[in-house]
Design a protein. Structure first.
Length: 97
């Protein structure tokens, strides 16, 4: 059995070369005013969504029959779709909401 001497061992030239690293292409920054506008839309829609949910909760706490509950559910769902669309637009522009 041959014993290896690690102090004298030289790796082959292929192992001595560092692998080439390809840098990622730099994208130009997004328009900050447009990003802020879409972020403001997300916040506004979230506030409206919270208001609809709060009114539904208040009417349920009062024990009143609520004829507006189906409309509130619909509006909350519609606002969530708008929020998702705005978040996708902000992400596309290069910023997290």
């Amino acid at each position: 059995m041959e014993q290896l001497n690690f102090l004298d061992w030289q790796p082959p030239p292929e192992q001595m070369q560092e692998p080439e690293i390809q840098p990622k292409p730099v994208q130009p920054p997004g328009n900050p005013h447009l990003i802020n506008w879409w972020q403001a839309k997300v916040n506004y829609y979230r506030q409206l969504q919270i208001q609809f949910a709060d009114r539904a909760f208040q009417s349920a706490q009062a024990g009143q029959p609520d004829r507006l509950q189906p409309m509130r559910k619909h509006e909350i769902s519609r606002l969530q779709a708008l929020i998702n669309e705005a978040i996708a637009k902000v992400t596309q522009l290069g910023e997290t909401p």
